[in-house]
Unconditional design. Structure first.
Lengths: 108, 108
């Protein structure tokens, strides 16, 4: 049965997911931190081709503030900072695996 | 065992997924077309709060060119255009359901 427009609710979950993951590099960043154990800024930047330093900084800050990653500063000289997943970030890894399996199957 | 940086391959699938779905509104658009049967431009715009006409136009064109949606022009006056999922778009709906279930469970 065709839904009437009035019966369709705005989906807040999808809207939130869109806001969090809609960033130009979010899925890739979470993939490398979570599934490839890439923890350092420089290494992330090398793996994600084409991302600028300022863009990676911004996206990492957003992922931290959205509760997906932890930033740990070892307070060393030269600076040593590592990024790891929070529990929320970990919970997303099963979704990321499903996304990757779908992509492997359906995207050239 | 910790992976050495050299052993980590750039993941082309994730990079492609990121390019296709990283748009600011892609996930939401696919949700309303695919899972809520919203087919018209104006209705999509009303459901996705805050999207401009030009932004929706651009994102729909990209989804069409990436093979996720069909645009059918009824060639009527006034103009009547409907968007529906392609087979590729349909194949993504199971992923979108997983994303939504995860979001319902983990996002406030």
């Amino acid at each position: 049965m065709k839904k009437t427009e009035q019966s369709i609710q705005r989906c807040l979950t999808i809207s939130t997911v869109q806001k969090i993951l809609g960033g130009k590099w979010k899925i890739e960043i979470l993939y490398y931190i979570g599934l490839q154990n890439v923890r350092r800024f420089g290494a992330l930047r090398r793996h994600i081709g084409g991302i600028t330093e300022s863009s990676l900084t911004k996206q990492l800050r957003e992922l931290e503030s959205d509760g997906f990653i932890n930033r740990y500063d070892f307070k060393e000289v030269p600076p040593h900072v590592e990024y790891t997943l929070t529990d929320l970030g970990e919970s997303f890894m099963s979704v990321l695996e499903v996304i990757k399996q779908w992509g492997d199957l359906h995207l050239k």
